[in-house]
Design a protein around this ligand. Structure first.
Ligand code: MG
Length: 465
């Protein structure tokens, strides 16, 4: 037996060696960060040197979409590669999950973490989850080995302080809520460890946790999902960052997030993992414009969060990975729906084949040897299919007012925009191109028919008193 030991160690070593070749994945997901909030996407006053460097060294994607313009369904789309209408995470009754919600992402759904588990990845979720805060819906029951974070939005569990709840904030650029108004829990796996969570240090603590996680898992493949609670309102920054940005508190918050991105990328470099790690930085939806200067900016895009205009669903996106991602500006279409297929392709894992998937493998674009297979995109919100994009053309069939959670607008006729020549959706071309309207109406109807087997609404149910 003794003689076999060196041989066994050798085999073990080679197995480890093979495993090491699998790429690590990190997703840094912001909340309500708009298309116009990064300097690499044109913001003139928010200083984000680390994200700027990340964009220079990696790929900047300018036509990248989230699956829905609000938190819960957007995250469901990212995690599963399925439009949230398919898994009960898009609702006509309740826009997102709340602290009294009884539901969450169904356990039968397969997340990115569960897909990567096929290949033995270590997995961790840090930050905002918002796919169910009851034990059966938490990240630790959806493929993640560990969880640390506020399980839903940082403005929930409101217990008073500003009346009316938000108006002061929207109308006073200097208004600042106190942490104690929002009795949100901070969780370590399934346990609450702090309440209310100290939100002034939350961004710093999330980034530190991410750095610690990467160091602790450097010797085997890992998937780290870091979902910042900010810059969702209310905004908080730690003393080192407060009052530092020309943009005000929103800028302070973003500069603190940027600092964390710098620490994470530097840790990856220091550990010599940069050749085998891919980092994706993006946002869950567009800026929350009703909060005026407290909210972000959609830059040249129309409207923001909660709407199916571009400002609601097109998000600033950077892929980085010196050994994995060929630097460049990418104007092909992509979506958070594509992340699961892309990471599966790069790791040799399989996405589910027993259900309808909406994602594409973007790895040929990342590696610089192909075009994006994504040619179309469907704009869902509140369980309504509003619009469809095919190539440069976007057809709006339904709309709501271009503000967060706006009322329905009756369109006299479908509106057609060419997003490549008219990024701001200003010039309706439907009268000039009836043949394109007709073609996109068919695409719209076909997709509606394809989602008729959608799961029932999982956002509506409330915990019984
Ligand atoms: Mg959001």
């Amino acid at each position: 037996m003794k003689n076999l030991l060196p041989l066994l160690l050798l085999i073990f070593h080679f197995q480890l060696g093979a495993q090491e070749k699998l790429p690590n994945f990190v997703i840094i997901f912001c909340d309500d960060l708009g298309y116009g909030d990064l300097s690499s996407f044109g913001n003139p006053t928010i200083q984000t040197p680390n994200l700027d460097r990340m964009a220079m060294e990696g790929q900047k994607w300018t036509q990248f979409y989230v699956a829905d313009p609000v938190c819960t369904p957007s995250r469901a789309g990212l995690m599963t590669g399925r439009y949230p209408i398919r898994n009960g995470m898009s609702s006509a009754k309740r826009v997102v999950l709340f602290p009294d919600s009884a539901g969450g992402l169904p356990e039968s759904e397969v997340t990115i973490a569960e897909v990567l588990k096929q290949k033995g990845y270590a997995t961790a979720a840090i930050g905002k989850w918002h796919l169910g805060h009851l034990p059966q819906y938490l990240p630790t029951n959806q493929g993640f080995d560990s969880y640390f974070g506020i399980p839903y939005s940082n403005d929930m569990d409101y217990i008073g302080g500003m009346e009316p709840r938000y108006i002061d904030l929207a109308d006073d650029p200097d208004a600042m809520p106190e942490i104690k108004y929002y009795n949100v829990p901070l969780m370590e796996n399934e346990k609450i460890v702090e309440r209310p969570a100290d939100q002034t240090t939350i961004t710093r603590r999330y980034s530190q946790r991410a750095v610690d996680y990467i160091k602790a898992n450097k010797d085997h493949p890992f998937f780290l999902y870091l979902a910042h609670n900010l810059p969702h309102i209310p905004l908080f920054a730690s003393p080192d960052f407060k009052d530092k940005s020309k943009r005000g508190l929103f800028g302070d918050v973003l500069q603190e997030i940027d600092n964390g991105v710098g620490q994470i990328l530097q840790t990856i470099r220091d550990l010599d993992l940069e050749e085998q790690t891919i980092v994706l930085f993006t946002s869950d939806n567009g800026p929350w414009l009703v909060f005026k200067t407290h909210g972000g900016s959609a830059g040249p895009l129309r409207a923001g969060k909660g709407t199916t205009f571009e400002g609601g669903q097109r998000v600033p996106t950077i892929f980085w990975g010196p050994g994995q991602v060929k630097p460049g500006l990418i104007t092909d279409m992509g979506s958070t729906l594509d992340v699961i297929n892309t990471f599966a392709a790069l790791s040799g894992a399989k996405v589910p084949d027993d259900r309808k998937m909406d994602g594409y493998d973007l790895s040929p674009v990342l590696q610089g040897n192909g075009k994006s297979p994504r040619e179309s995109f469907y704009y869902w919100t509140r369980a309504e299919l509003h619009a469809v994009r095919s190539g440069p053309w976007k057809l709006h069939i339904q709309q709501r007012e271009p503000v967060n959670y706006g009322n329905k607008v009756e369109l006299e006729h479908p509106e057609l925009y060419n997003l490549e020549s008219d990024i701001s959706e200003k010039y309706d071309r439907s009268a000039a191109h009836p043949e394109i309207v007709e073609k996109l109406m068919k695409v719209y109807k076909a997709h509606l028919a394809d989602t008729e087997d959608a799961m029932p609404d999982m956002l509506e149910a409330r915990i019984k008193e």
